[in-house]
Unconditional design. Structure first.
Length: 161
């Protein structure tokens, strides 16, 4: 069942997040496996974020390095996320393989004036993706959880101006 907050609370959170998206310039994140993880995906990363505004949404072009805890050796990565703002939600798409092959992740709806949550969990095979976004000073935090038969991962992203 979809989750949401009263309209006025939702409007405040969505307007505030929308006003911040174009100003984001960097990303820091941590990946931590839970007790049910068979992947052991752990480490931290940093990236520069270049923002483009296009007819179909606002894109974060992320380019940085991820350092797995197991090796301590940094690996380069690139990602593209498309944010599409609607009156009552903000949709998030992953465009790693181009906009023609975009994968819809979830719609974020307001839970409080400074917080948005995934309206519904995203299913990818047997894995479930959930998210919570919190507005913070100088940007926002996006927490992801991925659960499935082999996955139990927590990702903590911090997007900053």
């Amino acid at each position: 069942m979809p989750r949401s907050a009263p309209y006025n609370v939702g409007k405040t959170a969505i307007i505030e997040l929308h006003s911040r998206l174009a100003d984001i310039r960097r990303l820091r994140f941590e990946a931590e496996p839970g007790p049910g993880s068979h992947t052991g995906w752990a480490g931290h990363g940093e990236a520069e974020v270049a923002v483009s505004v296009d007819a179909d949404g606002l894109r974060f072009h992320e380019s940085g390095q991820f350092t797995p805890a197991a090796t301590g050796t940094a690996l380069s990565f690139r990602n593209v996320y498309r944010w599409v703002v609607h009156d009552d939600r903000i949709a998030l798409w992953h465009e790693r393989f181009g906009c023609e092959a975009a994968v819809w992740l979830f719609d974020l709806v307001a839970a409080a004036p400074d917080e948005l949550i995934a309206a519904e969990r995203h299913l990818c095979g047997e894995d479930r993706y959930d998210a919570r976004l919190r507005l913070v000073e100088h940007g926002f935090e996006l927490g992801w959880s991925i659960t499935g038969p082999r996955k139990d991962e927590k990702l903590a992203y911090r997007y900053l101006f």
